[in-house]
Design a protein around this ligand. Structure first.
Ligand code: ATP
Ligand code: MG
Length: 467
């Protein structure tokens, strides 16, 4: 609607401002003349009005021009003819008029520049609001009146800004039926705290979009909430990516669990094959050689005797090697003597191979854990020691096995270079599988896995499995 205020915001040139000053002074003179002739009245007021109008319309310069013109006009056309003898008196009147006019010009020009600065910042904000993808809105606390909504509303909601202004309720009607009750409860119920929620909307063409809506309470001087200002954005793509990510994380977990199971069953299978086929054949071979050796000795062929003795020694070391491989594949200790003994046996072998001293502290012997828990913990300790040998540069390592509040807790620590917790494994050119597998093995038996860089030096890895 057109108001007198909009007159000021008309884009006007300096010439127009000066013209307005001149015209307003002429108008003041005409009015003053009429008042003067009709009522014998000395009118200062019309000139002050002219000055006020000029300063308001065109700023300080136009107000200043109106002031000068007014003083001249006032003096020549109004004061002199009526008080020709009272020059002293007229001078004071003129000074009074000049001071009043000056005051008006300064006041009005100051107000004008403040209002202009405000208007400019408002304009800038509006331009930002109207050009961003997010929808900015301002509403009454009850959300029964939408005072401002940026044009992005149309592209996000697929409805016109005007329709929302006319029917603020349509905002809630557009929310997906499954999310409506909860979302509208939060939007209307959390005026004082503000809100940050996500919900789905249904566009008029039936498309479903995800929205993130943030509302901030705006308070007046008495801290009463009198507006809600908000920003809404379409987060559908992000949501879809999140869902896809969650889905692939679930698949990845299933895959790594399967991998761990397969690895375990293949090791078991291989160990059995080695035992049943290779081991038994080697034993039969050994019996044969043991029988042959005394018989050959009586024939006295030294070369043949030496060869058979050499074969017997070779057979012995092959049987040892096979035994070792079988133990690595499926430590018999684990089945026969339990986890602590198996860990000690493995630690001894590891120290002999790598030169890293490993101590095993097995506290209160735990009530025999389930076989799958024992094998999981054993494999985790195996991989942890492998990592220590590969990455830690440590001299000592320690495996602790204990009970805590009914949980079975195993920790493996070293005094090596420490673990970079912030490092992202996927950033490596060839990310390893050890950590993933250890975590997976822990989770498969209902446990929790944690890796820490120790403040002094080194790394500690802890697995806690409820008994
Ligand atoms: N005890 C440790 N001290 C220092 N760094 C470690 C330690 N254990 C693991 N790391 C770091 O964690 C990374 C991931 O270990 P992970 O076992 O997953 O992979 P990997 O040992 O490199 O490969 P893989 O186990 O598949 O043969 C390692 O590359 C290493 O940088
Ligand atoms: Mg590893």
């Amino acid at each position: 609607m057109w108001t007198i205020g909009s007159l000021r915001w008309l884009k006007h040139s300096a010439t127009l401002s000066y013209a307005a000053a001149v015209l307003s002074v002429i108008a003041a003179l005409v009015i003053a003349r009429v008042l003067n002739v009709q009522y014998a009245y000395e009118p200062l007021t019309p000139f002050l009005c002219a000055i006020l109008f000029s300063a308001w319309f065109g700023g300080a310069r136009s107000g200043g021009l109106a002031l000068l013109l007014s003083l001249a006009t006032f003096y020549y056309y109004l004061l002199i003819p009526h008080h020709p003898l009272d020059a002293q008196m007229n001078l004071w009147r003129l000074i009074l008029a000049a001071l009043t006019g000056l005051f008006i010009v300064v006041l009005s020009a100051t107000q004008r520049s403040a209002a202009e600065a405000l208007r400019e910042s408002e304009l800038r904000l509006r331009q930002i609001a109207e050009h961003i993808r997010e929808c900015i809105w301002i509403a009454t606390p009850a959300m029964d009146q939408v005072l401002y909504v940026s044009p992005a509303y149309t592209s996000i909601w697929g409805r016109s800004v005007e329709s929302l202004r006319q029917r603020p309720k349509s905002l809630f009607e557009a929310i997906h039926a499954e999310d409506r009750e909860q979302a509208s409860g939060i939007i209307t119920g959390q005026r004082d705290q503000g809100f940050d929620i996500e919900y789905r909307i249904v566009k008029p063409d039936g498309a479903v979009r995800w929205i993130r809506d943030v509302g901030i309470p705006v308070r007046d001087a008495s801290a009463r909430v009198y507006r809600i200002a908000g920003i809404s954005e379409d987060i559908t793509e992000r949501k879809q990516a999140e869902i896809a990510f969650r889905h692939s994380a679930v698949q990845l977990r299933a895959l790594s669990r399967r991998l761990v199971e397969l690895q375990e069953s293949e090791r078991r299978e291989l160990s059995r094959e080695l035992h049943d086929r290779v081991g038994q054949n080697l034993t039969a071979l050994k019996i044969n050689i043991d029988t042959l050796q005394p018989a050959l000795a009586s024939h006295g062929d030294d070369d043949v005797i030496a060869r058979v003795a050499d074969s017997a020694a070779l057979l012995e070391s092959t049987m040892d090697a096979i035994e070792n491989v079988m133990s690595e594949l499926r430590p018999p200790m684990l089945d026969d003597h339990g986890l602590a003994a198996a860990l000690e046996w493995h630690a001894r072998n590891f120290s002999r191979r790598t030169g890293i001293a490993v101590v095993v502290h097995a506290g209160e012997p735990p009530a025999q854990s389930a076989p799958q828990v024992e094998i999981a913990l054993f494999r985790i300790a195996q991989e942890a020691l492998n990592n220590i040998a590969k990455h830690a540069g440590a001299r000592h390592a320690e495996i602790a096995l204990d009970q805590d509040n009914g949980d079975c807790v195993m920790s493996v620590r070293d005094d090596g270079i420490g673990f970079d917790v912030g490092e992202n494994a996927s950033d490596k050119p060839k990310p390893g599988l050890g950590m993933v597998t250890m975590r997976e093995r822990s989770q498969a038996v209902g446990g929790r896995f944690e890796v820490q860089a120790l403040p002094e030096r080194g790394t500690r890895l802890t697995v806690r499995v409820p008994s």
